[in-house]
Design a protein around this ligand. Structure first.
Ligand code: IPE
Ligand code: MG
Length: 238
């Protein structure tokens, strides 16, 4: 979610006004994804590098996070949405950690959209913490690990690898998001600033995703033959 500050500056408002407006975009996007039956939506709210911002802006973001949790969790729950927060929470104030844990516990039984907020998250941090936990789980082993041995310790091990990555705000980079999991994810970059992103913008991004051919290393001919065979199988079972 990028472009809050620029959205505000263009309107001669303080950057934090863009963050406040950004929460409205979050609400719109969550509800559109829930309506569409998206299984997993993960929002990169605060990276491990964002602590480098001016203290007032960091404080504002933390207060905004607290307020959003206070105000939105009940509605998430009513809509059968399951909330999780991933990242290194140890630097957050106890009030925020409590709100997170309570929101997660309240919504733990929900079966609709899986909403994850990445907060004080970094892809490299995630790989390193998974690596340490993998070693702790196999104290005797020095080599011969499989990818799955590590992947099961990643912060989002409960979720499949993402199909689609969306970055708003015109920048075309990953910025230390889900590094391990993005290996085969379709990347979508848009100049829209996050506060102006909404349900229609999600639809446009998903349309773009649906145009793409995902080959996972194979040739286009192989992919098309497999799709045709699957259609045939569906036809025979119908
Ligand atoms: C994204 O908007 C919000 C957070 C990282 C918390 P920015 O604050 O990065 O907005 P720009 O990039 O300065 O416009
Ligand atoms: Mg930015």
């Amino acid at each position: 979610m990028d472009g809050n500050g620029r959205w505000a500056r263009r309107r001669f408002m303080p950057r934090v006004a863009g963050h406040r407006k950004g929460v409205e975009a979050v609400r719109a996007v969550v509800s559109r994804c829930a309506e569409r039956g998206v299984g997993y939506l993960t929002l990169f709210a605060f990276s491990s590098e964002n602590w480098r911002r001016p203290a007032e802006e960091v404080n504002f973001l933390m207060q905004l996070f607290v307020r959003a949790l206070e105000e939105e969790v009940a509605r998430l729950h009513e809509n059968n949405i399951r909330l999780r927060v991933v990242g290194d929470l140890s630097r957050f104030e106890p009030r925020l950690i409590d709100l997170i844990r309570n929101g997660e516990a309240l919504t733990a039984g929900n079966s609709g959209l899986n909403l994850t907020i990445a907060a004080n998250y970094g892809g490299r941090w995630d790989i390193m913490q998974a690596f340490e936990r993998m070693l702790q789980a196999h104290p005797e082993q020095r080599s011969g690990f499989a990818e799955a041995d590590l992947a099961q310790h990643l912060a989002m091990s409960y979720a499949p690898e993402p199909d689609l990555f969306i970055r708003t705000g015109g920048e075309q980079r990953i910025s230390n998001f889900l590094l391990w999991q993005l290996a085969y994810t379709e990347l979508y970059f848009t100049d829209s600033l996050w506060p102006e992103f909404n349900g229609a913008a999600i639809d446009t991004a998903i349309e773009s995703f649906q145009q793409r051919e995902r080959r996972f290393g194979r040739t286009s001919e192989q992919v098309q033959a497999a799709a045709a065979a699957e259609l045939g199988a569906v036809g025979r079972h119908a």
